[in-house]
Write a protein that binds this ligand. Structure first.
Ligand code: ADP
Ligand code: MG
Length: 212
């Protein structure tokens, strides 16, 4: 399936749906090691994004759509996740600016720019128990899938699978960034909410590419 603006719109609509479906789960994860607002924050943000989809011009590129997501999340989400996701989508949009269709290299560039945006903004490294622990393995897996000659949908599937494993792998970690870092060893045994939401969003990107 071609990764064009229809794909980006399916990804965005699917993201709003998945964040709404997993709202309570994300709230619960954030209640365990944070302040319990992550699901609420993201649901509010993606509800606002959904409304803005109607304003996208008919000739919008995938990058234009992701840029709209970025600016909307930045103005509606707040907390740590708003600026982090906002920067991720903004950098991702920049990496594919002007392209009407994304090939495998563009998908890897999009994911890499998103991860780099989160790192630029939050200064977390892999293993710090943040959303970087989902994004970083996703980027690595996507680059490997591209090098192995897989198509765009398979690249996104590899990224989502790696992000899911990365989110699970935050459970035994002590947090070194964000609110969870105040808990020290008490964060052990809990999955990072931002890593979990990142894995959910990447799975939706892959599903949208597979036409699911
Ligand atoms: P807040 O912590 O302000 O309540 P959220 O609950 O919406 O914001 O988001 C928390 C998530 O943000 C964490 O689970 C983590 O994944 C992510 N996060 C927090 N700080 C950082 C950081 N410095 N770098 C990357 N991700 C971070
Ligand atoms: Mg929170």
């Amino acid at each position: 399936m071609t990764l064009n603006t229809d794909w980006a719109v399916r990804w965005i609509k699917g993201s709003a749906a998945v964040v709404s479906e997993h709202r309570v789960e994300l709230i619960t994860l954030d209640r365990e090691i944070g302040d319990g607002d992550h699901g609420e924050n993201l649901d509010r943000g993606f509800s606002a994004v959904l409304l803005k989809l109607d304003d996208l011009p008919t000739d919008a590129t995938p990058g234009d759509a992701l840029k709209m997501v970025a600016t909307t999340l930045i103005s509606t989400v707040g907390g740590a996740a708003g600026p982090l996701y906002g920067t991720a989508y903004l950098k991702a949009a920049g990496a594919i600016a002007g392209q009407a269709e994304l090939d495998g290299a563009a998908v890897v560039a999009l994911l890499t720019a998103a991860r780099d945006g989160v790192v630029l903004r939050g200064k977390a490294a892999p293993g710090d128990k943040t959303m970087v622990d989902a994004w970083s393995p996703a980027v690595d897996a996507a680059a490997e899938a591209l090098a192995a000659g897989l198509d765009e949908a398979a690249i996104l599937d590899a990224a989502a699978t790696a992000a899911e494993a990365g989110a699970r792998a935050t459970e035994p970690l002590v947090a070194r960034k964000g609110r969870a870092s105040y808990l020290g060893e008490r964060a052990i045994g809990h999955r990072d909410p931002g890593a979990q939401s990142s894995a959910l969003l990447l799975r939706v990107a892959a599903d949208a590419a597979a036409g699911a």
